[in-house]
Design a protein around this ligand. Structure first.
Ligand code: 4UV
Length: 449
């Protein structure tokens, strides 16, 4: 980043096709890889638009059997502090992928200015990081939460960041004890796993001062239950999106009783509007809800190579449409009450229904598909459910084949964890648009998966 390049972080759990899509779409010209991902990259190669000569591939650690350079060959054995002044504040620093309010995942152009603004705005209250703090980040760096809050904010403030490749119960508890973690970055399902864990009591978690929960709604019940488990630790809920670098609002000044359902107040620098279906601003004093539109220095530059999607998302005046329906009380506390956009959140990961439907109809026995999220309170996450019109005789067997086929084609978040429901037809509008709202309503009552 300091050298002025744009980084596009890819999910380590991607399939070759998913990785190839991001490499091609982002126009990446250099690939940084852990040696454990060389095999994945080799499988993606036939799908790539450009060929990568060996000098365009850099390994992140030594691997004696491969011809590629490592990052240490480039930086030297001892990494020293250097000042770079090549990066222009408005240049794209980070290109994460997000489906936004509709359609397929798109590259979100996050500038250096967006990130430094986010770090300054976010480094307040209980989310503040300073030297001596240790932040636990198992949230992937391919997601803006991991990238900005888990990596760049602690580094910029002189705090330590402790990196784990994924969330696993015991390694996480061990890391909290060993590294005296002060700030944990969680997503809602993690609270449930730890609440049910027999191991929690075996570790010293007394260093924890704050845990941030983001990327999906955290219920007041979970918040209270976890506070009872680790009483000295404050749970603060944060809300935001890839397109806003990410944090828009959080409980940076703590929670007040009766406001546990809220995602807190706007971060400094953000302005907000609540816009109703008819385009008018909602009257917050009457408790009216509206789609949250925000503007400010953390709002992305736009979608990479996609001016049409950018124009649909950023309204005149610089207002970014979040796709979330919220209310705001007289003290400015915001509550997310609905999601207007198509997006499904599986354990904080994005799943774009349009991408899943496009994939599913490639299966020979899938005649039509509609995909929605269904909430599972036991895991505190949405699951991915497919409504399918199927060919073939034995529909049950075909459905099983489709489910296992998807596990080969897509990263784990996109597997059909919410099951398959077979329909005679997918509900559509006269213009052919899938009526996902009807499917979501149906999902609330369905027991037939
Ligand atoms: O684009 P994205 O995948 O972005 C995120 C951002 C997560 C974070 C994490 C730490 C923060 O401090 C922060 O501010 C944000 O997940 O998905 C964006 C959508 O996820 C839903 C909402 O629909 C967003 O538009 N979402 C994110 N956080 C919450 C949430 C939340 N706390 N409550 C309800 N929905």
């Amino acid at each position: 980043m300091a050298a002025g390049v744009t980084l596009s972080p890819a999910n380590a759990g991607y399939t070759p096709a998913e990785l190839a899509h991001q490499v091609n779409d982002s126009g990446a010209s250099l690939i940084f890889l852990a040696p454990s991902h060389l095999a994945l990259f080799d499988k993606a190669r036939p799908l790539l638009k450009r060929s990568f000569s060996p000098d365009r591939i850099v390994l992140l650690s030594e691997n004696p059997t491969s011809p590629y350079k490592t990052i240490y060959d480039i930086l030297g054995p001892k990494i020293t502090t250097q000042h770079f002044d090549r990066a222009d504040a408005g240049a794209t620093a980070w290109l994460c992928y997000s489906s936004g309010t509709t359609g397929l995942p798109k590259g979100v152009m996050t500038s250096h200015f967006n990130i430094t603004s986010q770090i300054q705005a976010g480094n307040v209250g209980f989310q503040r990081m300073r030297p001596g703090d240790a932040v636990l980040a198992f949230i992937p760096y391919s997601h803006i939460y991991g990238a900005v809050i888990g990596l760049l904010q602690p580094i910029s403030q002189g705090a330590a960041t402790v990196v784990l490749p994924r969330f696993d119960e015991v390694p996480v508890l061990k890391a909290i004890e060993k590294f005296k973690i002060t700030l944990g970055l969680f997503v809602p399902p993690v609270f449930i796993v730890l609440l049910n864990s027999p191991h929690v009591k075996k570790y010293d978690l007394s260093s924890l001062k704050t845990i941030m929960s983001g990327a999906a709604p955290l219920s007041a019940e979970l918040l209270h239950a976890f506070t009872a488990l680790i009483p000295q630790c404050r749970i603060i809920q944060a809300y935001g999106m890839t397109e806003t670098s990410p944090n828009i609002a959080n409980m940076h000044r703590g929670i007040s009783v009766g406001r546990e359902y809220s995602v807190g107040r706007l971060l400094p620098g953000f302005q907000a509007r609540l816009v109703k279906e008819d385009g008018e601003d909602a009257d917050s004093s009457k408790g009216e809800a509206g789609e949250l539109w925000v503007r400010g220095p953390c709002v992305m530059k736009g979608y990479h190579n996609n001016p049409a999607a950018t124009n649909d998302t950023i309204a005149p005046g610089g207002w970014l449409k979040t796709g979330d329906v919220v209310t705001r009380d007289a003290d400015g506390w915001i509550s997310v009450v609905d999601r207007k956009k198509e997006l499904i959140k599986y354990k904080g990961f994005q799943v774009a229904p349009a991408e899943m439907e496009g994939l599913l109809i490639q299966h020979q026995d899938v005649l039509d598909a509609g995909v929605v999220g269904v909430y599972d309170p036991k895991q505190a996450t949405e699951l991915v459910r497919a409504y399918l019109v199927l060919g073939g005789e034995d529909k049950e067997k075909v459905a099983q084949d489709v489910a296992s086929w998807v596990t080969q084609q897509a990263a784990k978040a996109k597997h059909l964890s919410g099951g398959i429901v077979v329909l005679d037809a997918i509900p559509k509008s006269p213009s052919g648009k899938i009526l996902r709202k009807l499917l979501r309503e149906r999902a609330k009552n369905d027991t037939d998966t």
